[in-house]
Design a protein around this ligand. Structure first.
Ligand code: FUB
Ligand code: ZN
Length: 663
């Protein structure tokens, strides 16, 4: 991405360019980034047979659904028009509805890059005109407070003004990046400058009521090279956890753990409160640690991350088990049917784990990212592309259904922006090395050591574990290629052993270069191939992908006596649609063996697992129980509830005595 500073150099005198370059260099020195960077999605051409159709669907169906809901079915766009009309009209909807407009715009921006569409761009430009027309002369932009009374603005930290502003910035950066158009970016800069004029060292205190602004300000810093925004993000993080000293209170939740404001972020050890707030905050904290080198944030996040993955994460990578606070409850409290597991929280897991990987170089964070992406997050989007899950339970008696939209509609555009920007998560690079984090068919060209390296990845992942990479450097040269070896392929069902494979060890992965075993070293969960590369060198990675049984450790009461099925990164479930309408009366004994079969669920080709399993039937009066053997089919979790509402279970009883008949 060309930064504003770079574009500002065009057309200037040599001396001005020299001075600007010196300024840029010293800024880089102050905020040097010694870590790898993700390769921006706009440079990654995705050809993958699993993901490409999903990205197409988001561009052609999901975004239209978001646009329809945003401007026709609800008043989200009309609120901006009302501000511009200045006729004293009332705000309609919820005070954070502006954020959904910005998130949809962000998703549109990513889509425009991979699926250019003049009509969609014109629609986005029209929205941007309305948004900018609603901005106040001092930079303030929020339809709720502007329509309900500007005198109340910035008086209540719970009211999401910062959250809306953060999403405005994210949309603006994405749209500028995609189209080169600055109108929304300039509005976002005016908004950020307005915020900066009010809050900060020596000005007013402010603790973000719903974290998001922190990570957005880091994006704004990266786009503008203006350190002010990075410092503001850093300050916002430092502000948290001092409520007693500073004497502020929260209006909506007395328990400040809800907003991760119980102790300063650097002192946090436990995951608490609202899951999406937590994910966005830790993403911002990782970003700030990356660009400032502030080790306090890195250490805290490593500790909190362990608390998440060893005590508070579902096998699907979903988090936030409780609907009460849309977040975390007590350790190991992971009920299946009541699991909240908001789609946005899984999207947040993808963000946070990517940043943790970049910061530490460790692949275990990508293991979790992959788990959340392929299971907890992807489940939030229907196969048709126009229905959504807000919560993603791991068991259902058939009462769940995918919906067109929600009163609080944070999830639809969130999953849309994630899928549309998927290319951001596949590769990372430094000046000398390349990392392959996700196995997604694609091609990319990255700068390495002053030259370029083109990579082409071919794979049928997640349906099998064979990955072929063809490397073409612009000239023969030495560099290191880091290939992630997924935890699931080396015997780890999840980092921290909350979940464990219960079956026999599987054969190890194999790695060939140009058809022969090749030297590599294992480092931080990657196979590192450091060699002289020439045009057309071919790397073949084979990850054996048998069906695995997974159990949860003893403190997870909800899963005791039960196993789940995993193959590669995918978690499977039993759904009534494939099993005579039933899912709660099926037993998975330890000796049962599975075969693979292939079906289409709607238009989605999937690999299913099949086995002869005991199925228990009770007579209507409950006095007679009979067990019969039936061919049972398990489908990937992310595909459930696409053929109507149905019974579903991820965790299956190992014995008849562990059945809970609940249908
Ligand atoms: O408050 C804004 C969003 O709405 C949150 O992130 C979601 O959990 C939902 O409450
Ligand atoms: Zn949500």
């Amino acid at each position: 991405m060309e930064t504003l500073r770079q574009s500002a150099l065009i057309g200037r005198s040599p001396i001005a360019i020299f001075l600007a370059a010196v300024a840029a260099f010293s800024a880089f020195g102050a905020f040097a980034q010694p870590h790898p960077e993700p390769v921006n999605f706009s440079h990654v051409h995705i050809t993958d047979s699993f993901w490409r159709p999903k990205m197409d669907k988001v561009s052609t169906v999901t975004l239209d659904a978001c646009i329809y809901q945003t401007e026709v079915k609800t008043a989200r766009i009309r609120n901006f028009e009302k501000v511009d009309r200045k006729k004293g009209e009332k705000h309609e909807g919820i005070f954070y509805d502006d954020s959904d407009v910005f998130k949809a715009l962000e998703a549109i921006a990513y889509s425009l890059k991979t699926h250019p569409n003049a009509g969609m761009e014109a629609k986005a430009d029209g929205w941007i005109d309305k948004i900018v027309a609603a901005q106040q002369p001092d930079g303030y932009l929020n339809t709720y407070f502007t329509l309900q009374g500007l005198d109340k603005r910035w008086t209540d930290m719970s009211m999401h003004e910062d959250y809306n502003g953060g999403h405005l910035i994210e949309a603006a950066v994405a749209y500028y990046d995609a189209t080169g158009k600055r109108k929304l970016l300039d509005a976002a800069i005016r908004w950020a400058d307005h915020f900066d004029s009010l809050f900060g060292p020596g000005k007013r205190d402010w603790v973000t009521g719903h974290q998001e602004l922190e990570l957005a300000l880091v994006k704004l810093y990266r786009t503008t090279n203006n350190e002010k925004y990075l410092k503001l993000a850093h300050w916002l993080l430092d502000e948290r956890g001092h409520r007693l000293a500073k004497g502020y209170t929260w209006t909506d939740w007395k328990d400040t753990a809800y907003a991760q404001d119980l102790v300063p972020v650097k002192d946090q050890k436990k995951i608490t409160g609202h899951a999406v707030r937590a994910m966005y905050m830790y993403t911002g904290a990782a970003d700030v640690a990356t660009y400032t080198g502030d080790a306090g944030y890195l250490d805290a996040m490593k500790t909190v991350w362990m608390d998440v993955v060893t005590r508070n994460m579902y096998i699907t990578g979903g988090i936030g088990s409780s609907g009460h606070n849309e977040g975390f409850s007590t350790d190991y409290d992971l009920p299946n049917e009541q699991a909240y597991c908001e789609t946005c929280a899984s999207v947040g897991m993808v963000f946070w784990n990517q940043r943790m990987n970049l910061l530490t170089g460790e692949s275990k964070y990508i293991d979790v990212l992959e788990k959340s992406l392929y299971n907890g997050a992807l489940d939030g989007l229907s196969l048709s592309g126009d229905r959504f899950f807000y919560g993603n339970p791991l068991a259902s008696t058939g009462k769940n259904s995918r919906r067109e939209w929600f009163g609080t509609a944070c999830c639809p555009a969130n999953i849309a922006r994630l899928v549309a920007s998927l290319g951001n998560y596949i590769y990372a690079r430094s000046s000398s090395d390349i990392w392959v984090n996700l196995f997604i068919g694609s091609s990319v060209t990255v700068p390495v050591k002053g030259n370029t390296v083109s990579l082409e990845m071919k794979t049928n992942y997640p349906w099998d574990g064979n990955v072929t990479l063809t490397a073409t450097p612009s000239r023969k040269m030495r560099y290191a290629l880091h290939l992630r070896i997924p935890g699931w392929a080396s015997g780890l069902a999840s980092p921290g052993a909350l979940y464990q494979f219960t079956d026999d060890a599987v054969p190890p992965f194999t790695l060939l270069i140009n058809g022969r075993p090749a030297p590599y070293r294992l480092d931080k969960g990657y196979a590192v191939i450091d060699r002289d590369w020439k045009k057309g060198d071919k790397v073949e990675l084979e990850l054996p992908m048998p069906v695995r049984r997974v159990s949860a450790i003893q403190p997870v009461k909800a899963d005791q006596g039960r196993v789940a099925l995993q193959r590669g990164p995918l978690i499977y479930c039993i759904e009534g649609a494939d099993n005579e309408g039933q899912a709660w009366n099926i037993v998975l004994p330890d000796h049962a063996s599975f075969s693979l079969s292939h079906i289409n669920i709607l238009n989605e080709p999937v690999t299913t697992l099949q086995a002869q399993l005991p199925v228990v039937e009770a007579s209507a009066d409950g006095y007679n129980v009979k067990t019969e053997s039936r061919l049972v089919t398990a489908i990937p979790y992310y595909t459930w509830c696409n053929r109507g509402s149905d019974a579903m279970q991820v965790w299956l009883p190992r014995k008849i005595t562990d059945i809970k008949i609940n249908y």
